[in-house]
Write a protein that binds this ligand. Sequence first.
Ligand SMILES: NC(=O)c1ccc[n+]([C@@H]2O[C@H](COP(=O)([O-])OP(=O)(O)OC[C@H]3O[C@@H](n4cnc5c(N)ncnc54)[C@H](OP(=O)(O)O)[C@@H]3O)[C@@H](O)[C@H]2O)c1
Length: 215
Amino acid sequence: MTGGSRGIGRAIVERFEELGARVIAPSHAELDLRDAAAVEAYAAALEDPIDILVNDAGANPLATFDQVSDAQLAEVLALNLLAPFRLCRALAPGMAQRGYGRIVNISSIWSLVAKPGRAAYAVSKSGLNGLTRSLAVEFAAQNVLVNAIAPGFIATEMTYRNNSPDEVAALVRQLPAGRLGTPEEIAEVVAFFASSRNAFTTGQVIVCDGGYTCL
Ligand SMILES: NC(=O)c1ccc[n+]([C@@H]2O[C@H](COP(=O)([O-])OP(=O)(O)OC[C@H]3O[C@@H](n4cnc5c(N)ncnc54)[C@H](OP(=O)(O)O)[C@@H]3O)[C@@H](O)[C@H]2O)c1
Protein backbone atom coordinates (compact mmCIF):
# COMPACT_ATOMS: atom_id res chain seq x y z
CA MET A 1 0.00 0.00 0.00
CA THR A 2 1.04 3.60 -0.41
CA GLY A 3 0.90 6.52 2.02
CA GLY A 4 1.30 4.35 5.13
CA SER A 5 3.46 6.79 7.10
CA ARG A 6 0.71 8.94 8.59
CA GLY A 7 -2.91 10.01 8.50
CA ILE A 8 -5.44 7.73 6.87
CA GLY A 9 -2.73 5.45 5.43
CA ARG A 10 -1.16 4.86 8.84
CA ALA A 11 -4.57 3.86 10.24
CA ILE A 12 -5.07 1.45 7.33
CA VAL A 13 -1.69 -0.19 7.99
CA GLU A 14 -2.56 -0.61 11.68
CA ARG A 15 -6.02 -2.06 10.93
CA PHE A 16 -4.63 -4.49 8.34
CA GLU A 17 -1.92 -5.63 10.77
CA GLU A 18 -4.55 -6.16 13.49
CA LEU A 19 -6.42 -8.34 11.00
CA GLY A 20 -3.26 -10.38 10.36
CA ALA A 21 -2.22 -9.06 6.97
CA ARG A 22 1.42 -8.72 6.02
CA VAL A 23 1.66 -5.13 4.86
CA ILE A 24 4.23 -3.73 2.45
CA ALA A 25 4.16 0.05 2.75
CA PRO A 26 7.20 1.79 1.25
CA SER A 27 7.91 5.20 2.71
CA HIS A 28 8.12 8.33 0.57
CA ALA A 29 11.93 8.16 0.93
CA GLU A 30 11.97 4.56 -0.34
CA LEU A 31 9.62 5.25 -3.25
CA ASP A 32 8.70 8.66 -4.64
CA LEU A 33 5.39 7.86 -6.29
CA ARG A 34 5.71 10.81 -8.70
CA ASP A 35 8.65 9.02 -10.35
CA ALA A 36 7.18 6.73 -13.02
CA ALA A 37 10.32 4.64 -13.51
CA ALA A 38 10.73 4.15 -9.75
CA VAL A 39 7.13 2.99 -9.41
CA GLU A 40 7.49 0.52 -12.30
CA ALA A 41 10.78 -0.82 -10.90
CA TYR A 42 9.40 -1.13 -7.35
CA ALA A 43 6.34 -3.08 -8.52
CA ALA A 44 8.41 -5.32 -10.79
CA ALA A 45 10.78 -6.19 -7.91
CA LEU A 46 8.00 -7.36 -5.55
CA GLU A 47 8.63 -11.03 -4.93
CA ASP A 48 5.54 -12.16 -3.05
CA PRO A 49 2.12 -12.30 -4.69
CA ILE A 50 0.10 -9.23 -3.79
CA ASP A 51 -3.61 -9.84 -3.07
CA ILE A 52 -4.54 -6.34 -1.94
CA LEU A 53 -3.47 -2.96 -3.26
CA VAL A 54 -4.46 0.22 -1.44
CA ASN A 55 -3.59 3.48 -3.19
CA ASP A 56 -3.70 6.00 -0.36
CA ALA A 57 -0.84 8.47 -0.88
CA GLY A 58 -2.03 11.83 -2.12
CA ALA A 59 -1.57 15.55 -1.93
CA ASN A 60 -3.97 18.47 -2.18
CA PRO A 61 -2.04 21.71 -2.72
CA LEU A 62 -4.55 24.55 -2.86
CA ALA A 63 -4.54 27.08 -5.69
CA THR A 64 -7.24 29.13 -7.35
CA PHE A 65 -7.98 27.85 -10.85
CA ASP A 66 -6.04 30.56 -12.69
CA GLN A 67 -3.02 30.02 -10.43
CA VAL A 68 -2.58 26.28 -11.02
CA SER A 69 0.79 25.95 -12.77
CA ASP A 70 1.59 23.18 -15.24
CA ALA A 71 4.25 21.91 -12.84
CA GLN A 72 1.76 21.71 -9.95
CA LEU A 73 -0.84 20.04 -12.16
CA ALA A 74 1.70 17.46 -13.37
CA GLU A 75 2.84 16.75 -9.82
CA VAL A 76 -0.68 16.28 -8.43
CA LEU A 77 -1.67 14.04 -11.34
CA ALA A 78 1.55 12.02 -11.04
CA LEU A 79 0.99 11.29 -7.36
CA ASN A 80 -2.80 11.05 -7.07
CA LEU A 81 -3.66 9.43 -10.40
CA LEU A 82 -0.73 8.13 -12.44
CA ALA A 83 0.98 6.27 -9.57
CA PRO A 84 -2.24 4.36 -8.75
CA PHE A 85 -2.69 3.68 -12.49
CA ARG A 86 0.85 2.29 -12.77
CA LEU A 87 0.57 0.19 -9.60
CA CYS A 88 -2.78 -1.25 -10.73
CA ARG A 89 -1.35 -1.99 -14.17
CA ALA A 90 1.59 -3.80 -12.58
CA LEU A 91 -0.34 -5.76 -9.95
CA ALA A 92 -3.88 -6.42 -11.21
CA PRO A 93 -2.88 -8.98 -13.89
CA GLY A 94 -1.20 -11.20 -11.27
CA MET A 95 -4.30 -10.97 -9.07
CA ALA A 96 -6.41 -11.94 -12.07
CA GLN A 97 -4.18 -14.93 -12.84
CA ARG A 98 -4.51 -16.13 -9.23
CA GLY A 99 -8.28 -15.54 -9.30
CA TYR A 100 -8.35 -13.18 -6.34
CA GLY A 101 -7.59 -9.53 -5.71
CA ARG A 102 -8.91 -6.46 -3.98
CA ILE A 103 -7.92 -2.93 -4.91
CA VAL A 104 -9.02 0.09 -2.89
CA ASN A 105 -8.29 3.59 -4.16
CA ILE A 106 -8.54 6.49 -1.74
CA SER A 107 -10.46 9.15 -3.63
CA SER A 108 -12.18 12.20 -2.11
CA ILE A 109 -15.51 13.95 -1.94
CA TRP A 110 -13.83 16.57 -4.19
CA SER A 111 -14.13 14.00 -7.00
CA LEU A 112 -17.91 14.38 -6.67
CA VAL A 113 -18.57 17.91 -5.40
CA ALA A 114 -16.48 21.06 -5.68
CA LYS A 115 -14.88 23.70 -3.51
CA PRO A 116 -12.75 26.62 -4.75
CA GLY A 117 -9.01 26.04 -4.84
CA ARG A 118 -9.12 22.32 -5.50
CA ALA A 119 -9.27 21.99 -9.30
CA ALA A 120 -6.08 19.93 -9.82
CA TYR A 121 -6.95 17.69 -6.90
CA ALA A 122 -10.55 17.25 -8.11
CA VAL A 123 -9.36 16.31 -11.60
CA SER A 124 -6.91 13.77 -10.17
CA LYS A 125 -9.47 12.17 -7.87
CA SER A 126 -12.18 12.15 -10.56
CA GLY A 127 -9.67 10.33 -12.75
CA LEU A 128 -9.09 7.87 -9.93
CA ASN A 129 -12.83 7.15 -9.87
CA GLY A 130 -12.68 6.50 -13.63
CA LEU A 131 -9.70 4.19 -13.15
CA THR A 132 -11.66 2.35 -10.44
CA ARG A 133 -14.64 1.73 -12.74
CA SER A 134 -12.48 0.79 -15.73
CA LEU A 135 -10.48 -1.78 -13.77
CA ALA A 136 -13.64 -3.11 -12.17
CA VAL A 137 -15.19 -4.08 -15.49
CA GLU A 138 -11.95 -5.52 -16.89
CA PHE A 139 -11.21 -7.72 -13.88
CA ALA A 140 -14.51 -8.62 -12.19
CA ALA A 141 -14.70 -12.03 -13.86
CA GLN A 142 -11.34 -12.96 -12.32
CA ASN A 143 -12.56 -11.97 -8.83
CA VAL A 144 -10.47 -8.81 -8.71
CA LEU A 145 -12.78 -6.23 -7.16
CA VAL A 146 -11.87 -2.56 -7.31
CA ASN A 147 -13.51 0.20 -5.29
CA ALA A 148 -12.78 3.76 -4.27
CA ILE A 149 -13.42 5.30 -0.87
CA ALA A 150 -14.20 9.02 -0.93
CA PRO A 151 -13.54 10.54 2.49
CA GLY A 152 -14.90 13.91 3.51
CA PHE A 153 -13.19 15.96 6.21
CA ILE A 154 -10.92 13.64 8.20
CA ALA A 155 -8.76 14.76 11.12
CA THR A 156 -5.32 14.50 9.48
CA GLU A 157 -2.49 16.90 8.65
CA MET A 158 -3.99 17.46 5.19
CA THR A 159 -7.23 18.86 6.62
CA TYR A 160 -5.47 21.09 9.15
CA ARG A 161 -3.03 22.31 6.46
CA ASN A 162 -5.82 23.28 4.05
CA ASN A 163 -8.32 24.70 6.53
CA SER A 164 -7.62 27.31 9.22
CA PRO A 165 -8.84 26.58 12.79
CA ASP A 166 -11.81 28.91 12.15
CA GLU A 167 -12.62 27.07 8.91
CA VAL A 168 -12.43 23.70 10.68
CA ALA A 169 -14.75 24.99 13.42
CA ALA A 170 -17.21 26.23 10.75
CA LEU A 171 -17.03 22.86 8.97
CA VAL A 172 -17.74 20.99 12.18
CA ARG A 173 -20.84 23.16 12.75
CA GLN A 174 -21.95 22.46 9.17
CA LEU A 175 -21.28 18.72 9.13
CA PRO A 176 -24.39 16.59 9.82
CA ALA A 177 -22.21 14.31 11.98
CA GLY A 178 -21.12 17.34 14.04
CA ARG A 179 -17.43 16.38 13.89
CA LEU A 180 -14.58 15.48 11.58
CA GLY A 181 -14.09 11.83 10.70
CA THR A 182 -11.16 9.85 12.06
CA PRO A 183 -8.53 7.97 10.03
CA GLU A 184 -9.63 4.80 11.86
CA GLU A 185 -13.20 5.20 10.57
CA ILE A 186 -11.91 5.32 7.00
CA ALA A 187 -9.56 2.38 7.66
CA GLU A 188 -12.50 0.25 8.77
CA VAL A 189 -14.33 0.83 5.49
CA VAL A 190 -11.13 0.16 3.53
CA ALA A 191 -10.64 -3.09 5.50
CA PHE A 192 -14.07 -4.29 4.43
CA PHE A 193 -13.60 -3.52 0.73
CA ALA A 194 -10.06 -4.97 0.82
CA SER A 195 -11.35 -8.27 2.21
CA SER A 196 -13.17 -11.33 0.90
CA ARG A 197 -16.17 -10.15 2.95
CA ASN A 198 -16.83 -7.93 -0.04
CA ALA A 199 -17.66 -10.40 -2.77
CA PHE A 200 -19.90 -8.54 -5.23
CA THR A 201 -19.38 -4.76 -4.96
CA THR A 202 -16.98 -3.42 -7.55
CA GLY A 203 -16.36 -0.17 -9.41
CA GLN A 204 -18.03 1.93 -6.72
CA VAL A 205 -17.08 5.21 -5.07
CA ILE A 206 -18.10 4.88 -1.43
CA VAL A 207 -18.52 8.23 0.28
CA CYS A 208 -17.51 8.42 3.96
CA ASP A 209 -18.17 12.00 4.96
CA GLY A 210 -20.48 12.21 7.97
CA GLY A 211 -23.26 13.39 5.65
CA TYR A 212 -21.43 16.43 4.21
CA THR A 213 -22.35 15.76 0.56
CA CYS A 214 -26.02 15.16 1.47
CA LEU A 215 -26.50 18.81 2.40
N1 LIG B 1 -7.64 14.08 5.21
C1 LIG B 1 -8.76 14.21 4.56
O1 LIG B 1 -9.69 14.87 5.02
C2 LIG B 1 -8.95 13.53 3.21
C3 LIG B 1 -10.19 13.68 2.59
C4 LIG B 1 -10.39 13.08 1.36
C5 LIG B 1 -9.41 12.31 0.79
N2 LIG B 1 -8.21 12.19 1.41
C6 LIG B 1 -7.20 11.37 0.73
O2 LIG B 1 -6.74 10.38 1.62
C7 LIG B 1 -5.38 10.06 1.32
C8 LIG B 1 -4.57 10.21 2.60
O3 LIG B 1 -4.76 11.53 3.09
P1 LIG B 1 -4.19 11.99 4.51
O4 LIG B 1 -5.07 13.08 4.98
O5 LIG B 1 -3.92 10.82 5.36
O6 LIG B 1 -2.84 12.66 3.98
P2 LIG B 1 -1.50 13.07 4.72
O7 LIG B 1 -1.64 12.98 6.20
O8 LIG B 1 -1.09 14.36 4.10
O9 LIG B 1 -0.51 11.87 4.22
C9 LIG B 1 -0.16 11.78 2.88
C10 LIG B 1 0.58 10.48 2.65
O10 LIG B 1 1.03 10.45 1.28
C11 LIG B 1 2.45 10.21 1.25
N3 LIG B 1 3.07 10.89 0.11
C12 LIG B 1 2.92 12.18 -0.24
N4 LIG B 1 3.66 12.44 -1.34
C13 LIG B 1 4.27 11.28 -1.67
C14 LIG B 1 5.17 10.90 -2.70
N5 LIG B 1 5.57 11.78 -3.65
N6 LIG B 1 5.61 9.63 -2.75
C15 LIG B 1 5.24 8.74 -1.80
N7 LIG B 1 4.38 9.02 -0.80
C16 LIG B 1 3.91 10.29 -0.74
C17 LIG B 1 2.94 10.80 2.55
O11 LIG B 1 4.22 10.28 2.86
P3 LIG B 1 5.26 11.14 3.78
O12 LIG B 1 4.73 11.13 5.18
O13 LIG B 1 6.53 10.37 3.69
O14 LIG B 1 5.31 12.48 3.18
C18 LIG B 1 1.83 10.34 3.52
O15 LIG B 1 2.01 9.00 3.86
C19 LIG B 1 -4.95 11.01 0.21
O16 LIG B 1 -5.05 10.37 -1.04
C20 LIG B 1 -5.96 12.13 0.30
O17 LIG B 1 -6.13 12.79 -0.92
C21 LIG B 1 -7.95 12.78 2.61
